[in-house]
Each structure stands twice: as C-alpha cells, then as structure tokens.
Write a protein that binds this ligand. Sequence first.
Ligand SMILES: [Cu+2]
Length: 456
Amino acid sequence: MKLLLGVVAALLVFAAPARAEEQLLTLYSPPIDSEPYVHKSTTVVLKADGVGAPKEPGYVLGFQEQALVDSKDPDAKPLPVSKMMVHHFLYYTRGRVDPGPGGCLGGDFLSGRGEEHPNGRFDAAWPPEQRALYGVHNVTAAGTAPEWTLTAMVMNHYKQTKRFYVRTRIWYTTEPRTPLYPVSIGDCRHLGNGMSYDVPGGGKPGSEFVDRSRWTAPFGARIIGGASHHHGGATHQTLSSVTCGRTLMDAKAYYGTPDNIYNTIRPILHEPGPIANGTFHSDQGIPIAAGETLERAAYHSNVNLHVAAMGFWVLQLVRDDSLTACAPMPTDLREVFKPAKYDQTAPFVYDRVVPQLAKPTGSWKTYSGGEVPIGDRWFKPQRLTSKVGQRVTWNFGGAEPHSVTVANGPRGFSSNYLGQFGGTYSFTPTVPGTYRLTCLIHPTTMSETLKVVKRS
Ligand SMILES: [Cu+2]
C-alpha cells in the first residue's frame, strides 16, 4: 500500500506541466533598533539564506510588500504610520551579473520604498502578466544567490526605543525570465548628498525651482515601469525624450488633505512629504532607442524653503534592440498608486513651517571666522550672529552622525541630510534674517539660531 501511494505520488509529480512557477517569499531583516525621534539611517546585510534574501539564484519578479513590523508572526500588521514613519528603504544586491545600466544608485540597486508609499504595498506596480515574462536576475558570477543589503531610515514616534524588522514579500522564480533592469535617473552629482538638494525658497508667488538632468540610453529598451521619487515643495516631475521631442511621463506629487496623518503627526520633525508620486506602468513599454537622450525635470515650489529635497525616477527597462527611433508611444500607459483622496486645493500652498523643536539658550556670540563645533547632541554656541556674505563653517565632531539644517528662516540650506561624521560644512548667507537651525538626525534635541545682519 505504501509503495502504491508512492507510485501515485510520483505520477502526480510527473503529470504536472512544466511551468515557470512563481513563489511568494516572505523575508525578514535582522532586528533594527530605532531611538525615539532620531532619524538615523541603518544598513543591514540580508543573507542569502532564504530568511533575509532568496537562497537559490533566480529572478526577482516583483516586490509585493516592504513593511515595518515588530513581530515575525506572518499575520503581524505593519506598524502604523502614526508611530513609525518610513523615510526610505533601499534594497541592493551585492554583485549580481548583468546589472544593466544602473543609474545613480548603481547596478546593484533593486527596489525601495519612500514616504510616498504610506502602506508599503506594491502589487499594482508588478502585475502578473509582467511577472510571467520579466525579472531582475538574482545571481552572482559564481552562480550563487547574492547577499542583499537594506538601508532603512525611519522616524520613531514612540516615546521609547523601538525594535523592528523590515518584512519584505517578493515574487520569485528559479525559472528563466527576460532580464528586467531597474535604472535610477537623476542628477548623479547629488549622490554624495544622498541624492538630495536644497530648494532655497524666497521666490515670488508661483515661482519654481527646477532640478534637471539628462541620461542617454546605452541600448534600445522599453520602459515598462516608471516611478517618480520627488519631495520638497514638489509639484511634478517629467521624463522627456530630447531626441524625439516628446514627454514620456509626467508625475504629479500628491499631498495629503489637512486631516491626513502626514499633516497631523506631532511633533513635526520635517516637512511632510507627498502621500504619492506619479507611478506608471505599460505592458507594451515606452520605446527608447540606443543613443536616445532623456531629460528629467523635477519641479518644486520656490516660495518657501525646502531642505533635503529630491527628484529622481526609477525606471524598469527591458532591453529591445529591434526598436526604431521614436517609435509610437504605447497605448496602455497607465498610472498606478494614484490616491483616492488627496489635497486638490489650487494653487496648493507649500507653507508648512517646520518648527525648531529645541529652544536655543545662552548668550549671543558673534561669528568671527573659524569653525563652529557640532558634537554629540549639541551645537555650540546655540545663538550666533554673522553678516551677509560672511561664510560660516561648521565642524562635525562626535561619534554620531549630525547635520546642520535650516528648520525655518529666510532661505534653506542643509549639510548632508543623512548626517556626517567629521569634516566641515559651509554656507554663505546672502539674505539677512533669523535662520533657525536643527539637526535632521536629532531634531528634538539639537538647535542653534543664526542671526544674519546686513553689512554695515
Ligand atoms: Cu544630530
């Protein structure tokens, strides 16, 4: 009887058609601790052991979920945005073959989540018909599955240190697929600053600040997915073909209504980001030919200051060298993730003033050149005066990362928003006024006010 059952089971196995099956894998990061109101960026290794990253070489067909949980119970609900807000997750492989053109974030970049993805669900961006055809090839030159790394920056609004895991659900297969290439299109000169730049503000009503860059396609390809990452008074970001003289995608930045958690969460640690950015999908794909030049343009309101702003695209490319130059646009390009409810006030006012949460104390000191020290959880002095046109330099000491950033004031500036260890940062104010400074890593505990007066 046992033998017979074995034979039947074997027959069933052989009877199954050879299909390129996809699996839904649930992966976990190691535990990460996050201090209250501290915006530290943490990078962890996701081992290729089937727990952190896939164990077998294969193809990543898509990301279903990138969530923050405090339990490995498979039914654990993601932590609420009101308690733990995700600034960003960035996933990279460590050395995969055939990474494609890469872009600013490099050839190992896989996927990510930004503040514009409040629920961490990505189903709509990776539809089944796409997963049946394409995947990111997850294999090293040695033929093994690569380790991954994950960089996570979260905002802990619990009053104590919170331990969490990043739960990642991916569709995966060990069957062959056509390679899919994630490509990050931005101004790569911003990479040293974590891809961010400052919108100075102080413009007339309706004035704009535009960050542009160009990229030339190394081979013919179809863009089957495009996601805008854009914040800091962001209005919309375009991707155009300079060669063909046409707009390929125009992504709106969607902001929450006044009752949205992004606008009601307290304390206000930074300027609330969009609740969604334009994200597009096309099964046919937008055709781009080898040598075609694309231009991205990220439009920001320049009325108020916006520090650590960003604008770049993440595209999903499929190589196709059969395309003719400026071939017709697809007929199935559609927007995914458009929120049901968003602020449609026109013109939208980007005026959410970020408070300086810690109050500077002590006597006013006159800046006399040299370096203003920054240490672990302190600026010294906390009250400083300088003159228009006088270059002010800060020196980063201490063992923790810090930034010097305008919370509010006449113009915006910031050192690296991820914080820096050692080294200096300088800014030369051209506009008088009171610059209320903070550290973006430690916004509730660090402050300094710089009063800039006209030259006498
Ligand atoms: Cu700090």
